[in-house]
Ligand binder design. Structure first.
Ligand SMILES: [Zn+2]
Length: 222
């Protein structure tokens, strides 16, 4: 091998190693690296959740979760969804389908050993004037209150209609999940302004960015 070829070979090896080094460095500097997060898009299949004309809550919940998954993954997190399509999680031929669906979600999340879960829903009211985003948490886990406070603070910075988060200790699912997490009611499908926002991809992206920021703060604040 002549000198020129050796030089080219050394250069090539150095290039490959430096690319690898940059990759490793990037991965380590991602804020959510090593964190496992479970997202739970509410409802699905025969259970549409809240409805307004042909708009169904289940579809918007899933859309938000898919975008949020991407945003969290961009920060290094490993993200899973309780459902990836339009179906419910109930066991076949069960008498209480809703209960079965919720208990499967609880089981999946509890057995995942994830660091955090977020259940995404939309609110609805008989009066169309109610609007805004709100967080609900159960005191089953010590960190739930802290998580709700951090997320609420982050939301208030960007979404003026952020309602005060509420502790609610009688929701079947929230009461039974033993890893930190909460329920996000992302807005009222019954309100025209909220509905317009919730349907738009740009708002879903904005919301996902805000939640991601809050999640990062949660993991890094003692
Ligand atoms: Zn719902």
């Amino acid at each position: 091998m002549n000198q020129y070829k050796i030089c080219v070979l050394i250069l090539l090896i150095l290039t490959i190693f430096s690319i690898d080094f940059v990759h490793a460095e990037n991965k380590d500097s991602l804020e959510l690296s090593g964190k496992v997060i479970y997202l739970d898009p509410g409802h699905g299949g025969i259970d549409p959740g809240a409805i307004y004309k042909n708009i169904e809550e289940k579809n918007i919940n899933l859309d938000i979760c898919k975008i949020l998954k991407q945003k969290l993954e961009e920060k290094g997190a490993q993200v899973y969804l309780t459902r990836y399509g339009d179906y419910d999680l109930s066991v076949k031929n069960t008498i209480n389908r809703k209960r079965s669906d919720l208990s499967r979600r609880v089981k999946i999340i509890n057995e995942s050993n994830a660091d955090l879960y977020l259940s995404i829903h939309l609110n609805s009211d008989s009066s169309s004037t109610w609007r805004g985003i709100q967080l609900f948490y159960d005191d089953i886990h010590d960190n739930n209150k802290k998580l709700s406070q951090i997320l609420e603070k982050e939301m208030k910075k960007h979404i003026s209609l952020t309602r005060k988060s509420e502790e609610i200790n009688n929701l079947y699912m929230l009461r039974r999940i033993n890893i930190p997490g909460l329920l996000i009611e992302a807005g009222f499908l019954s309100n025209p302004n909220d509905r317009y926002l919730l349907k738009s991809k740009s708002y879903q992206e904005r919301l996902s960015n805000i939640i991601t920021k809050g999640v990062i703060t949660y993991f890094y604040r003692p």
